[in-house]
Write a protein that binds this ligand. Structure first.
Ligand code: CA
Ligand code: CA
Ligand code: CA
Length: 241
């Protein structure tokens, strides 16, 4: 768990003061607390450079305040496309992180290796951590505080996994990707909490071990690693409570 911190509100008479002074944070009306984020001495509205490290099974794209900052360099159609990526971006607190995460499926049946001996439901999983490069601190990492919305779910009945014609027998639920879902003004209050999964569940490999994961970083996905194939994930970093 990341330590909570205090943050100087960029308002009123304190706005000219650039940093939080330890002797100066006890007055409730001058400070705002930050939930679950290891923010150090930061100012709302001041831009910093951040690094996001992310590993996904199988593919992801990362957005900050609605702008694409990076996407998986390995096409999802590449077999065993497990890899980690590191992207750098500038942002000012508070900012919205949004990740589109995809498990590979060959067709809308949700299956892969269709017609081969190993025809199966693939499974997914993702983990990410964001470091403020000024302090070197991990300021947010994936966990169940992130919001999730599954837009491709298949097969709805897992017993079709071994069927001869899964494109005919496997049913799917495919939703429209909500307009503006990567942006800071999008209302994700109706979205579910992301589900945390263990390394045993996800069995992360190829690239996962290249990154030194903070203890706060959890593997997350929807509620089902197999049938949730495309998952939209969001969190706000440095949001005042
Ligand atoms: Ca990948
Ligand atoms: Ca997969
Ligand atoms: Ca799947």
């Amino acid at each position: 768990m990341l330590a909570s911190a205090t943050i100087l509100a960029a308002c009123g008479t304190t706005s000219e003061n650039a940093t939080v002074d330890d002797s100066d944070v006890s007055t409730a009306d001058e400070t705002e607390s930050v939930d679950g984020v290891g923010l150090g001495e930061v100012d709302i509205g001041e831009s910093s450079t951040f690094q996001i490290e992310v590993w996904a099974d199988n593919w992801m794209a990362v957005y900050v305040d609605g702008e694409l900052v990076g996407e998986d360099s390995v096409p999802i159609t590449t077999e065993r496309s497990f890899n980690s990526e590191t992207f750098t971006f500038d942002a000012a607190y508070p900012f919205t992180l949004a990740i589109e995460a995809k498990d590979y499926k060959e067709t809308d049946s949700g299956l892969e290796y269709i017609g081969e001996d190993n025809q199966q439901m693939g499974d997914g999983g993702i983990i990410a951590q964001i470091t403020d490069t000024a302090s070197g601190d991990v300021v947010v990492a994936t966990d169940s505080s992130w919001r999730s919305f599954v837009v491709h779910r298949a097969p709805l009945d897992k017993t079709c996994e071994a069927d001869e014609n899964p494109d005919e027998t496997c049913e799917s639920e495919i939703l429209d990707t909500p307009d503006g879902w990567t942006g800071s003004t999008f209302d994700d209050s109706a979205w579910a909490e992301a589900t945390e999964w263990s390394a045993t569940d996800v069995d992360p490999k190829m690239g996962y071990d290249d990154i030194s994961w903070d203890g706060s970083a959890e593997l997350i996905w929807g509620t089902d690693l197999e049938i949730d194939n495309t998952v939209l994930l969001r969190t706000v970093v440095g949001e005042q409570s």
